[in-house]
Design a protein. Structure first.
Length: 218
């Protein structure tokens, strides 16, 4: 059943990527959350050991975050004082999801050398991207939004570091793709739009969630 759910998730994800690339929002409203629901279904049937409940929790929070971000208003003027509530809700959901993954990786077991390697990767990525993202977040939503994005970034970077620490290749690669997805989304929103940015975000995000689960299967 795990394989069947993952295959179904892959098919639906392809539909979502097409919808994002063609701006077919009606398809995206169905395909985006359904992809995560199917990956969560795969996790329910997979042998994930002690990490299983936390992996499922992370995927559920991801699903809720996906739904929230479907209603975010990216066309809002950057100097508008009111914060984008759906974006903040989505940010909170994904933050909780990353915390759940942190616990899942810890329950799975960590290896010091791989943790160090992950730390080096995230420090490099944070040094290159975070200053401009945080500056853009402050310009859009003031100190409150900048603080929210900074707090989220800390948890994301911890998740990626421990994802490497599991020594599961697929999980480490999935965590790295999650970092790429979130940085692409944040750069496009707070710094400048990227060519094919929404498609890159969708593809890396879905692959990240699936690979994290696959890597943790006993």
């Amino acid at each position: 059943m795990t394989v069947a759910f993952l295959v179904a998730a892959g098919v639906v994800a392809l539909g979502d990527w097409f919808a994002v690339s063609r701006r077919r929002h009606r398809i995206e409203y169905v395909a985006k959350p359904l992809t995560l629901a199917l990956i969560a279904g795969a996790a329910c049937f997979a042998d994930l050991g002690a990490a299983k409940p936390w992996v499922i929790a992370a995927l559920v929070f991801g699903l809720l975050g996906d739904i929230a971000l479907l209603f975010t208003d990216e066309s809002r003027p950057s100097d508008e004082a009111q914060l984008d509530l759906p974006f903040l809700i989505g940010l909170g959901c994904f933050l909780l999801g990353h915390l759940a993954y942190v616990i899942a990786f810890t329950r799975h077991g960590l290896h010091p050398i791989q943790v160090l390697a992950g730390a080096l990767v995230v420090v490099g990525a944070a040094t290159l991207a975070l200053p401009r993202i945080l500056r853009g977040a402050r310009e859009e939503g003031g100190p409150q939004l900048m603080a929210a994005v900074a707090g989220y970034a800390v948890v994301l970077l911890a998740m990626v570091t421990l994802g490497f620490g599991t020594a599961a290749v697929a999980t480490a690669f999935g965590a790295l793709l999650f970092l790429a997805s979130d940085l692409t989304l944040a750069w496009g929103r707070f710094v400048q739009p990227l060519l094919r940015g929404p498609v890159i975000v969708a593809v890396t995000y879905h692959l990240a969630q699936a690979l994290i689960v696959i890597g943790l299967i006993a």
